[in-house]
Design a protein around this ligand. Structure first.
Ligand code: SAM
Length: 346
């Protein structure tokens, strides 16, 4: 599969317009605060963007960030501006042609930003141990439309778990299916290259994340994907695909379910881009200045991470009140209207 993917992204595709589906290429709204940062990115880098979501979580100033499958570097150069001169962004990719574009414009971006805080490494995201990256050395790891292309997703998450600092997070966008993808779709070279064939069934992704020590995957946003090419759509049949952004925190003490300890938080505000409300995930929009009840896991995601200074914390783990109301396990994505299912709390 590596050869197929390298050929697809290194030689067949010349730019975002060559894609045959809406899987790899984010058409979701870019937030206003991000637009000026993206506008500073060199057109050749931006023109070879194949991501399917936004991988710019808040509060990155001074952070060390790793981008898995960085491609030609659009997200690396956006993140470089967010981490600033005190931070660093490392991009890893296995396709020479993609990395060549990224490297070609490094000096341009360093001059524009006023600092050179990025590095690109040739490597495989299943074999991060070959790259001499120290254990527990990254605050945040991101990835944009890449994990689906990996033939060994367990190995990828194992490497992520090793490289994250305690309290760090894997914040990534990828493609998921509403059911297990049959072999005929998985083995179709174009569907695989277009990020559909290797997509995980969302339930299997959650199992995989938990198996690799990420006990409570949090869905940040999602959108249904259209297979616009008629021939490809005929091959995918009833499968439905979604682009989704999840965040996986490396935290001790996360529980398999949302348990209620009677805790609450108050967001003080002050995080850039989230002045009025802090959005942890799709089910937690925490208004500034308001007491907001949380489960034990959400508490830890705020108290034991880089977000702690922005919150006041009420309560503790001394008394358990049972399961947190509304915690469930149905299809987590906003399905097209006909199916009628509601989302779960987390
Ligand atoms: C869909 S593109 C996304 C690129 C980039 N994240 C972006 O948003 O433009 C997938 C990228 O992942 C890289 N890739 C796929 N599988 C990989 C692997 N196993 N190890 C390293 N890179 C990989 C490809 O070379 C390609 O550049």
């Amino acid at each position: 599969m590596h050869d197929l993917v390298r050929d697809y992204y290194g030689r067949q595709l010349q730019g975002s317009a060559d894609l045959k589906t809406s899987a790899c290429c984010d058409v979701s709204a870019v937030p206003d605060w991000l637009k000026p940062l993206l506008a500073r990115i060199h057109p050749e880098v931006a023109g070879r963007y194949y991501g399917c979501g936004l991988v710019c979580p808040p509060r990155l100033d001074g952070c060390r960030v790793l981008d898995l499958g960085c491609g030609s570097g659009r997200d690396v150069y956006a993140l470089a501006q967010l981490v600033g001169a005190r931070g660093e962004v490392v991009g890893v990719d296995m396709t020479d042609e993609q990395l060549a574009v990224a490297e070609r414009h490094r000096a341009h971006h360093a001059a524009l930003f006023g600092f050179d805080n990025v590095r690109f490494l040739h490597g495989y995201i299943e074999r991060l141990d070959e790259l001499e990256l120290a254990d527990a050395s990254f605050d945040v790891i991101v990835s944009n439309c890449v994990i689906n292309l990996s033939p060994d997703k367990d190995a990828v998450l194992r490497g992520v778990q090793r490289l994250l600092k305690p309290g760090g997070e894997f914040y990534f966008s990828d493609v998921y299916a509403d059911r297990r993808v049959p072999d005929a779709v998985r083995n179709d070279p174009v569907l695989y290259g277009e990020c559909l064939g290797g997509a995980l069934y969302w339930g299997d992704f959650q199992t995989l994340a938990r198996r690799q020590g990420f006990a409570d995957p949090r869905l940040v946003e999602d959108r249904p994907l259209a297979v616009t090419d008629a021939a490809l759509a005929a091959r995918t049949g009833n499968l439905r695909f979604f682009s989704a952004t999840w965040r996986l925190f490396k935290l001790d003490g996360l529980e398999p379910a949302c348990e209620d300890y009677g805790q609450a938080v108050v967001y003080r505000g002050g995080i850039a881009g989230m002045e009025h409300a802090f959005v942890l995930d799709k089910h937690h929009r925490i208004e500034a200045g308001r007491v907001f009840p949380v489960c034990g896991n959400t508490w830890r995601m705020l108290a034991d991470t880089r977000f702690a200074p922005a919150f006041d914390f009420i309560g503790g783990f001394g008394r358990h009140h049972g399961i947190f109301a509304g915690c469930g396990g149905r299809l987590p994505f906003d399905a097209p209207a006909a199916d009628g299912q509601a989302g779960a709390c987390c």
